[in-house]
Design a protein around this ligand. Structure first.
Ligand code: NI
Length: 200
């Protein structure tokens, strides 16, 4: 092979690799989050049902900050860990600060998660957490507003025959439902306390 041909072949391979890397990167919405998190792109009105069976929109939570997290009650590990960490973070912030933040846990598996199930589930973590669910369409719209990725994955070992893959960021929203910041999954509690305290 001539030198020129070798160089063109190498350049071709590099272009292919870069293309593949870009493709793989863009194909992972959960990890691509940082690119879109810079401004008011997160959040938006939703119409859902709270864990007492009441129809709600984001305007029902005006005047208080919100920590919004999407998940499902059959989640084997991620959701329980995050909800436990959020509850502990609120405890660390103290009762006065905790009152300024309403935690909203929004189901991305509404076919399983009835309001009753959401109530029982969130109250296991914290008395003041609110669980929200809705129709499949309502949940899809809410998840889209918060740029939350989720997908049903068949799983034989699961009681319900599937599990849900989902992004697990928590979003801090202000009193007027504007995005303030987000907490990545598996954050250390101390880091969550520091990050949230900045906005109180
Ligand atoms: Ni989960």
């Amino acid at each position: 092979m001539s030198r020129t041909r070798l160089i063109s072949a190498l350049v071709g391979i590099i272009i292919l690799l870069v293309g593949a890397a870009i493709y793989v990167y863009n194909d992972r919405p959960a990890e691509n989050f940082e690119q879109v998190s810079t401004s008011a792109l997160i959040g938006g009105d939703f119409a859902l049902t709270d864990h007492n069976g009441k129809a709600v929109t984001q305007d029902d939570y005006k005047g208080v900050k919100k920590l919004v997290f999407f998940g499902f009650t059959n989640c084997p590990a991620v959701c329980p860990t995050e909800l436990y960490n959020i509850a502990t973070t609120l405890d660390e912030l103290g009762a006065e600060n905790a009152k300024k933040i309403q935690v909203l846990f929004i189901s991305i598996d509404p076919e399983q998660d009835t309001p009753e199930m959401m109530k029982e589930y969130v109250e296991a973590f914290h008395d003041d957490f609110i669980g929200l669910t809705g129709t499949v369409e309502q949940v899809a719209k809410a998840a889209k507003a918060f740029r939350v990725y989720y997908a049903r994955i068949p799983e034989e070992d699961s009681e319900i025959g599937y599990t849900m893959d989902h992004s697990a960021y928590s979003y801090l929203m202000d009193e007027n439902n504007q995005y303030l910041t987000h907490l990545p999954p598996n954050s250390e509690i101390e880091d969550m306390v520091v990050k949230i305290r900045e906005f109180l």
